[in-house]
Structure formats: C-alpha cells, structure tokens
Design a protein around this ligand. Structure first.
Ligand code: FES
Length: 316
C-alpha cells in the first residue's frame, strides 16, 4: 500500500453516470501501465483546486491495476467537492490523487462475512464482494436503497455476484424490505460484519449490531456521527516530551498540536479519513470520529475532531 504523501496526477480515462446522481470516474496514469496496488476497502484522496481534499473508495477490481475507479455522488448540501467533480470533470482531465490507503480492510476469517451497504456506501462493499467471490468465501451482501432506479452500481453488482449471495432491499418494494435489527439479531456462524452508507443507515446498523462481540464489526463512514449539542470545552494535551499544549474551546486538538510545532499529517479534517490518527497514553478522550473501532478507542485518538476531558497525554 502506497504512502498517502505520494500524489499522482492521473488522467480521467472515462466517465459515466449511475443511478442516484452518481458519476463513475475511471483514472489512469498518463505514462505508467500500472498504478500502485490496493486492497478492497481502500480509498484515495482526491485533491481539489481549492486545496481541499476528498476521500473516495476504490470500487474497481484490485486485480486490474491499469486503472482506478471511483464513484462520486452529488451531495447537494455537501461541502462542494462532489458538485465540482460532477460539473467539471470530463474525459482527458487531470486529477491529483493520492496513493491508496485502507482503513476498512477485509480481515482474514474462517466464518461467513456479512456485507451491508446503503446507497453510495456500496462503493467499498462492491470491492469486498468482488474479492470474496474470487476467494470463494461464504458471504451475503444486503444492499439497501430507496428504489431500484436510485441504486448506483447495481448493474455491476448483479454481474459479479450470484443471486445466492445478493439481497436487495428497496423502500418502494414492500416485499423486499428488511428490518436491520432482525437481520443482525443473531450472528450466523460467527460472522464478521462490514457496513457502509449514509449517516442514518450507519446509526441504524451500529445500534442493531451493538451486541456483536468486539472485533467482529467493521465500518466506514462518510461523515462523523452527529455530535451532541454540548459546547466544546477547553482541555490540555501533554506530549511525550512533556510539552503542555492547551486546546481552547474554539480550536481543534490538531490545530493546537500543529501550533506547538508537531508535524502531524491530516486530510479530511472531518474525522472520517484517519490520516491524523495518533495514540494516547493517559486521559479521557471524547471520541467524535467515524474511523476508530471500539477496540481502538482505548488507545487511539483522532485530533481533528475529537476532544478530551481535563488532560490527555498523547503518544507524540
Ligand atoms: S484528518 Fe481525516 S480523520 Fe483527521
């Protein structure tokens, strides 16, 4: 897996539209026949002209390194990145893209795999399903959408996955609807769960899988979970060398750490990409990210969005 610092100027080799206001973009290297390898669940950072960075899952075939494929849903109330891509990007355009990174890997396991996708959350799940098919693993993919006509990448999915593994759930087809709580009530055969989708879907799956054992539930979110309305409080960070870094209520821990002279990489600054992740040694963090598993929260911290109570000693 390549370093996120490597930025490649890739060429848009093809663009097509999918249902649900989704644009699929195929990227190739201008000179090299092969791009850096990636695993299912990986994403790339796309660097926009205004300096902002957006993360998009790679939904193509990891065995075909002649191209990367991303799918971008136009978010009308988003931060403008998807609208720029939809309105500007055409075949032949140049797009600065990072090497792939993976915070959502498929883990080795003997038991079955349960994949759940809501809408555009199908992008990393599609790459996982493709890999599981190839490995001849037992899995089930449940794809939730408001209707068949709004489900992106469904045609690709139906070509790759046999009907024995694919379950489609459309809000406008009562007979296909599936209650997420009853789906996740039991954990068949010690299954591992992977899920991705919009915030409401993420919250529903998180709640319905709350009783699954630690280490069996894996997810990728596009946005951090809704925050409580409590105003942020100031707190203090202590670095490994003893430097004390006050974090005012109106500043992020990331910004305070950087102001103290620590070089810490960041990308989304929204708690979803994991670039700024670091360890902590002591203290009580208030986790507000959408990256860390429950296990990881005992020792890892996402300073672009998370805060703490009192004093937090970081492993920096
Ligand atoms: S920069 Fe993306 S999670 Fe912090």
């Amino acid at each position: 897996m390549g370093s996120p610092r490597i930025i490649m100027k890739l060429i848009v080799a093809g663009v097509h539209d999918e249902p649900g206001d989704v644009r699929v973009i195929e990227l190739r290297h201008p000179r090299k026949p092969l791009l850096p390898p990636f695993e299912p669940g990986s994403h790339v950072d796309v660097h926009l002209p205004d300096g902002k960075v957006r993360q998009y899952s790679l939904c193509g075939d990891p065995e075909d390194l002649s191209r990367y494929t991303i799918a971008v849903k136009r978010e009308t109330d988003g931060r403008g990145g998807s609208a720029w891509i939809h309105d500007t990007i055409a075949a032949g355009a140049e797009l600065p893209v990072s090497a792939p990174r993976n915070h959502f890997p498929l883990r080795e396991c003997d038991g079955p795999v349960l994949l759940l996708a809501g809408g555009i959350g199908i992008t990393p799940i599609l790459a996982m399903a493709r890999a599981l098919c190839r490995q001849r693993k037992t899995f089930e993919l449940h794809y939730f959408s408001r209707s068949r006509s709004l489900a992106p990448l469904l045609g690709t999915l139906e070509k790759i996955i046999g009907s024995e593994s694919l379950r489609l759930h459309f809000d406008d087809q009562v007979e296909t609807r599936q209650d997420i709580h009853s789906l996740l009530l039991a954990r068949p055969g010690g299954a591992q769960l992977y899920y991705c989708g919009p915030p409401g879907f993420m919250a529903a799956v998180a709640q319905a899988s709350g009783h699954w054992p630690d280490g069996t539930v894996h997810f990728e979110a596009f946005q951090p979970p809704a925050r409580d309305d409590a105003p942020p409080e100031p707190f203090t960070i202590v670095l490994r060398n003893g430097t004390v870094v006050p974090v005012p209520a109106d500043e992020s821990a990331l910004s305070a750490i950087r102001a103290a002279g620590v070089l810490l990489m960041a990308s989304c600054e929204n708690g979803v990409c994991g670039t700024c992740e670091c360890g902590y040694l002591e203290g009580q963090p208030i986790h507000r990210d959408a990256v860390l598993s429950n296990d990881a929260r005992d020792r890892r911290f996402i300073p672009c969005v998370s805060r703490a109570t009192g004093v937090l000693k970081l492993d920096l």
